[in-house]
Write a protein that binds this ligand. Structure first.
Ligand code: HEC
Length: 320
């Protein structure tokens, strides 16, 4: 069987299994989606801490925009499309904050924790033979000697590799030129020289909010460049960030916070529609969305300790 079909089928099976669990009303271990691809013994830690990102900031504003677009695309499952999107997988699920993920264990795609079978058909002569060949997920910000794909912008090998990953391995939609350029530029800006002193940090509401804000700016950059398709993906990434916040505000006492998030998300969906229909007010609406943000962020910040951003609450939710 064609490997692409095979990956799609495996993912279909997983999505169906997850849906089955939900329908049967069986309590899953954790209400967080990422728990589904984290090995059971490491889940508690992996859901409470994020690896830090080793990103070299660009002084050149145009370069900074390209990185922002790539960084945003890296964080939305919609980039991969199809079954991966439905399962909630993004580049960032495997390469957390651009690093690896020693705890990744996706049924059917992984062997030992930290591995996935995604590139064998791209990188080997066994293309299409269906060989199960999970590989360790590499740290994209690791030293260059350990990485296989050239980072040299002149030969565009990184662009070709990432394109194959999206379109062939994950059966995703053709990425826009701006998205592909952004992803390659972002990956090239990941470097051991960009690493902060600590290798991980507790997951906080502020990180997701900052991702959402950055995604809105990236959408703005894409609109400035008259690229509505890229702008749409950037808005989708902002929505992914809100979704990740929402699933941590599960307690019944936090219903009002969830409502605020839903309203913010509805407005994002409306802005996506405005981008699709080519109306000129999308730019203004993005600015208005950002201006309104502090109003709904304040109550969420106040309630953060009641949410699953609090490791104690997270552990209790996992025991239910
Ligand atoms: C399901 C997990 C998974 C997802 C999702 C994923 N990757 Fe990977 N990635 C891997 C694995 C495993 C390898 C190593 C493949 C190998 O060694 O043959 C890899 C390799 C790479 C490499 C090559 C690193 C090198 O050695 O130079 C790059 C670049 C990369 N991925 C970028 C991305 C981008 C960009 C996305 C999103 C479009 C993505 N990956 C999505 C698991 C994943």
């Amino acid at each position: 069987m064609d490997r692409r079909r095979q990956t799609a089928l495996v993912l279909t099976g997983v999505v169906a299994a997850i849906a089955g669990i939900a329908l049967a009303g069986v309590a899953t271990q954790s209400p967080l989606r990422a728990a589904r691809w984290l090995s059971a013994d490491r889940q508690a830690h992996a859901l409470a801490f994020d690896p830090t990102e080793c990103l070299l900031r660009a002084a050149d504003p145009l370069m900074a925009r390209r990185i922002a677009i790539g960084r945003t695309a890296f964080r939305t499952p919609l980039l991969l499309g199809g079954q991966a999107a439905r399962a909630g997988l993004s580049c960032n699920s495997c390469h957390r904050s651009g690093r690896g993920n020693p705890d990744f264990q996706f049924p059917g795609l992984s062997g030992a924790p930290g591995t996935a079978d995604v590139t064998s058909s791209l990188m080997s002569s066994h293309r299409g033979d269906g060989i199960d060949n999970p590989k360790a997920i590499p740290d994209l910000s690791g030293s260059l000697e350990k990485l296989k794909i050239s980072r040299d912008p002149a030969n565009r090998k990184l662009e070709t590799f990432i394109h194959g990953l999206i379109v062939e391995e994950f059966d995703g939609p053709e990425p826009t030129a701006m998205t592909l350029d952004g992803l390659a530029t972002y990956v090239r800006a990941l470097s051991p020289r960009g690493c902060p002193s600590s290798s991980e940090q507790p997951m906080r509401l502020a990180e997701y909010l900052s991702d959402a804000r950055a995604a809105m700016h990236a959408a703005q950059f894409a609109l400035d460049a008259h690229d509505p398709a890229t702008a749409r993906l950037m808005l989708a990434s902002a929505r992914s960030a809100l979704g990740m916040i929402d699933e941590r505000y599960v307690a019944s006492a936090l219903a009002r916070d969830r409502e605020l998030l839903r309203d913010a998300d509805l407005e994002l969906a409306a802005i996506q529609d405005a981008v699709d229909t080519g109306t000129t007010d999308a730019t203004l609406r993005i600015a208005a969305w950002l201006a309104k943000m502090p109003r709904w962020v304040a109550p969420l910040e106040r309630d953060e300790s009641l949410s699953l951003f609090n490791a104690g609450q997270l552990a209790a939710a996992g025991r239910n």
